[in-house]
Design a protein around this ligand. Structure first.
Ligand SMILES: NC(=O)c1ccc[n+]([C@@H]2O[C@H](COP(=O)([O-])OP(=O)(O)OC[C@H]3O[C@@H](n4cnc5c(N)ncnc54)[C@H](OP(=O)(O)O)[C@@H]3O)[C@@H](O)[C@H]2O)c1
Length: 325
């Protein structure tokens, strides 16, 4: 079998971390890299014996690039993704897929029109612990789910030039890490919410430093979600049902999950993984592409759009409009 070659747009923090997963997956490799700063792209590419290009078009056109990975700031995801799709290459695009639903919708429409694979890199979905949680839920182990509680907060000193605090790069906790809490609630309830309400504390730069929201799901069931870039939180998720609950420490890249029934620990799942754990997502994407699928069953495009719509609604309630909108 021919090895699958990846072409990276962006050579920053996530590109480096993603590579710790990619090197663990057989029959795949980094073929080429483009980043705005040539020297940055070159030193990254040299580490993995990959080619480096001065323009994204040349990089995407490299015949060894079978799939493009977009690891640039949120505000360039659409431009990078559309370029790759229009050049006929499948795309794995970092989360959030784009800063708003309008952009996400354009990306999805292009992928569908061109019949090319596209996925938002919601890597949380692909961990073995998440597979176990989905099986506990499917088997009704905790009964009807009434509540999801999830938080993802970390502390970063406020710095207006950092992409997380800059409105020009769609900064704020919601798009950076709140998206994980929302995607988790979507996975548990298996549908989009029909009610969304939230509050935010803003930074001096005008993006959300922290946000809390409630999602309500048809047929009953609530999600209480929190994200922050000004506070370290437990980063834990709980799924509470009529008969029991599931607790997931560090739910966004889990190594364990615990099932409690009647207040007592009934079952624990634990699995260590090497590196950060991007290998599970990467292996799943490779399988989809090799089998000719146009989207991921675990992270479908309609769900990426619905998540973006929830985030749009929350920002609307807070009056947070990015300068480019
Ligand atoms: N899945 C995860 O676990 C995870 C973790 C962290 C981040 N992310 C996501 O990954 C994305 C990037 O975050 P990051 O932390 O890696 O940011 P970062 O460290 O600032 O890296 C961004 C990269 O994109 C390049 N870039 C910036 N503007 C560009 C443009 N206009 N055109 C082309 N390249 C451009 C930068 O290159 P230059 O320096 O040359 O400009 C840099 O190589 C974000 O959307 C974030 O949400 C995901």
């Amino acid at each position: 079998m021919k090895k699958t070659g990846w072409g990276f747009i962006g050579a920053g923090d996530i590109a480096n971390r993603f590579m710790t997963g990619l090197v663990q997956v057989p029959d795949t490799y980094l073929a080429a890299v483009y980043s705005r700063t040539y020297d940055r792209a070159k030193s990254f590419a040299d580490k993995y014996n990959a080619k480096v290009y001065a323009t994204p078009e040349e990089m995407i056109a490299d015949r060894n690039v079978d799939i493009v990975y977009v690891g640039t700031p949120h505000t360039v995801h659409k431009e990078n993704t559309l370029m790759a799709l229009n050049m006929g290459k499948p795309v794995l695009c970092e989360k959030p897929m784009a800063p708003n639903a309008e952009q996400v919708s354009e990306m999805i429409q292009t992928a569908r029109r061109k019949k090319i694979f596209l996925m938002e890199a919601m890597w949380t979905r692909f961990f073995p612990a998440m597979e176990k949680i989905r099986s506990w839920l499917k088997d009704g182990r905790i009964g009807k789910v009434q509540l999801v509680i999830a938080d993802f907060g970390y502390y970063e000193r406020e710095n207006p030039s950092h992409i997380i605090f800059n409105p020009d790069t769609a900064g704020g906790s919601l798009l950076d890490v709140g998206v994980y809490t929302i995607a988790f609630a979507f996975m548990v309830f298996g549908k989009k919410p029909n009610r969304v309400t939230g509050l935010a504390d803003m930074t001096s730069t005008g993006v959300d430093a922290a946000m809390g929201c409630t999602l309500g799901f048809e047929g009953g069931g609530l999600a209480l979600l929190y994200s922050a870039v000004n506070t370290d939180t437990t980063q834990e998720a709980q799924v509470i049902g009529e008969k029991g609950r599931i607790v997931i420490p560090r739910f966004w890249s889990p190594k364990e999950a615990h099932l409690y029934l009647g207040g007592k620990l009934e079952e624990s799942f634990k699995q260590e993984h090497a590196g950060d754990g991007y290998q599970f997502e990467i292996a799943a994407v490779l399988e989809d592409i090799r089998k000719g699928r146009l989207e991921s069953e675990l992270m479908p495009l309609d769900e990426s759009l619905a998540i973006a719509e929830v985030m749009d609604e929350l920002r609307k309630q807070w009056g947070l409009v990015y300068p480019f909108e």
